[in-house]
Design a protein around this ligand. Sequence first.
Ligand SMILES: N[C@@H](CCC[C@H](N)C(=O)O)C(=O)O
Length: 308
Amino acid sequence: MSASGLPASLAGLPFAKGHGTGNDFVLIADVDGSRNLTADEVAAVCDRHRGVGADGFIRAVRSEFVAEGRALLETAPEAEWFMDYRNSDGSVSEMCGNGVRVFVHFLLEEHLLELGEGESLAIGTRAGLKTVSRISGGYAVDMGPWEFIYPDHAAAKAMDAVVNAGGLEVPRPGLSVNMGNPHTVVALAELSELAGTNLTAPPSVQPEPEHGTNVEFVVPAEPLVEDGVGLVTMRVHERGVGETLSCGTGACAAAVAVRFWAGAQAPDSWAVTVPGGVVGVRFLAGPEGREHVELSGPAVLVARGMLL
Ligand SMILES: N[C@@H](CCC[C@H](N)C(=O)O)C(=O)O
């Protein structure tokens, strides 16, 4: 332990702090794969009282130095960079939608990458390759195809889980969606009910996906569609973190679920309002014939520093 209270192994490590719609991250550049932090080190850095404080920790590492990255390089040699994403408790997650935008922005600001507006690049993640495009005001990410976690139940009943949280009078039905990482989406009728839901403790989810789940509570707007865009308001309790101001994969799962519930007339473009802002979600035909989800939103860096 160093005098700062952080693990001595971290002293001198340069970092940046950034966020996407208030979902905040500590980022480091680990060009040669030599700074792989332990779960305890990540949790110490992300501690909001004794560390830098963040919802998640992102290590930008060249794909060749990570086993999952090397596997991706076999079919996508252009995927030079890998996003090693951890939740604030140190646990590993497959994917982070806000994080991957901030990740690319960080690489640009660190001069490790060049990407003009309108240009795209492939990023390696534990949920496979993600194509990130620089657009006006931020980044758009092809998140790949969405899936139901329990396809038979979901297709038949439109609900496949029972969810409870503080502040709800009765448990609610949920729909389990895989966006590379697991999500359970719960519809509420009123914004006042959404505001009254207590997310200081993890919601209970039955059955819970094998590796846990992120839980999104959503209120579809009335009317649902304005100028061809579907409107949803959402709060999220993230696996390995707690309530956050935004969750990109969660916004995609929310749009998947509300569009599914709305049926054939539902649009392909969505605006998802979260406590930290608004992100865009679009459904597009993927090259392999499956439907893909595109997430768009801002990414900013707010600080650079060095751990003591
Ligand atoms: N905030 C992220 C999701 C981060 C990972 C999540 N907590 C998990 O454990 O799957 C996002 O923007 O997608």
